[in-house]
Design a protein around this ligand. Structure first.
Ligand SMILES: Cc1cc2nc3c(=O)[nH]c(=O)nc-3n(C[C@H](O)[C@H](O)[C@H](O)COP(=O)(O)OP(=O)(O)OC[C@H]3O[C@@H](n4cnc5c(N)ncnc54)[C@H](O)[C@@H]3O)c2cc1C
Length: 294
């Protein structure tokens, strides 16, 4: 097996163009499992682990630019304020060893419907930045990035360079149901984000459809009800009936299957419960959140 090891982003893109059959590897926590179980036998690997540009994050024109190779452990340590939903989800990924190696770029590369980074990226309204040597940069709204079960919008000569996140202007939440507390693939997952600056609600559903997806009707319903009741301004308590109706609409947006991890019926039920709870927690935080008032 050939092992290609670029030490800069330019070199990585050039090697990707020359060897479109080479499998990129970042933390290797998905790729190595596939190789060890003989699910994949790539002729060459394109190791992105020594590309410094991928491991950086920082502000970028009003957004947070998170390099595709920033590991979960660093997101947890550094981004709890700016990207609380993603940081919460990162805390639930695998084990400390997996969180030190695993990256959001790898989660997007695998595009598993169960990947934990996807729901918070959807709820926050993130953009995936990809690049090829021949055609330059493309920015893809994360909701358009997932094209099928474990498939994404990446072209054979492209690599994921970064994720662009609007900094959180309101509370964000992430919930995940699994068969145990750690080292578990989600049976179902849900993320929400309040965007008070535009009076909007963001959602992300995991493990309950062929791809990670938003629940647009639930988002519009809740944002509309909050506006009609003047709750964005008054910050009065969220009526329980509204939270429950939101949960039902989130579940209605899913299209889960029965599999070894859970039944479709359980996934729908758990989603409605998680969505109700997550939005209740997020709203309670908003009631005491001074970000907008400051
Ligand atoms: C024990 C264990 C527990 C786990 N638990 C969880 C969990 O709780 N939640 C969860 O979501 N996942 C979990 N995973 C899966 C895995 O850790 C995540 O999907 C992780 O985000 C993968 O990141 P990585 O950097 O290791 O990706 P890699 O394995 O290096 O790559 C994954 C895929 O992405 C592609 N890729 C990587 N970087 C790029 C790039 N820059 N451009 C283009 N393509 C790229 C690769 O070609 C490959 O197809 C677990 C894995 C293990 C082994």
């Amino acid at each position: 097996m050939d092992f290609l090891q670029p030490t800069s982003w330019r070199e990585a893109l050039a090697l990707r163009a020359e060897h479109p059959e080479a499998l990129p590897i970042a933390g290797g926590t998905d790729v190595m499992v596939d190789i060890n179980f003989d699910r994949r036998r790539p002729g060459s690997l394109l190791d992105l682990g020594r590309v410094p540009e991928l491991r950086e994050w920082g502000p970028d024109d009003g957004r947070i630019r998170l390099g595709a190779g920033v590991p979960y452990a660093r997101i947890i340590a550094d981004l709890g304020e700016q990207a609380p939903g993603l940081a919460m989800a990162s805390r639930t990924v695998g084990s400390p060893q997996i969180r030190i190696r695993g990256t959001v770029g790898g989660n997007l590369g695998s595009a598993s419907p169960a990947g934990d980074a996807h729901p918070p990226l959807l709820a926050a309204g993130a953009t995936v930045e990809v690049e090829s040597a021949a055609r330059g940069i493309r920015q893809i709204p994360v909701a358009d990035f997932y094209t099928g079960v474990k498939r994404n919008a990446l072209e054979p000569d492209e690599l994921i360079s970064a994720v662009l996140l609007p900094p959180a202007r309101g509370p964000q939440q992430f919930c995940k149901v699994g068969t145990r507390n750690a080292m578990v693939i989600a049976v179902s997952a849900f993320a929400c984000a309040l965007h008070p600056e535009r009076q909007a609600v963001g959602t992300g559903i995991g493990s309950a459809a062929p791809t990670p997806r938003r629940a647009p009707e639930a988002e519009e319903f809740l944002a509309g009800e909050l506006a009609a009741a003047g709750l964005w301004q008054s910050r009065a308590a969220l009526p329980e009936v509204l939270a429950a109706a939101f949960g039902e609409r989130v579940a209605a947006a899913a299209s889960p299957i029965d599999d070894v991890r859970g039944s479709a019926a359980y996934r729908l039920h758990s989603l409605s419960v998680m969505a109700r709870r997550a939005i209740t927690w997020a709203w309670a935080e908003y009631q005491h959140d001074l970000r907008e008032a400051a």
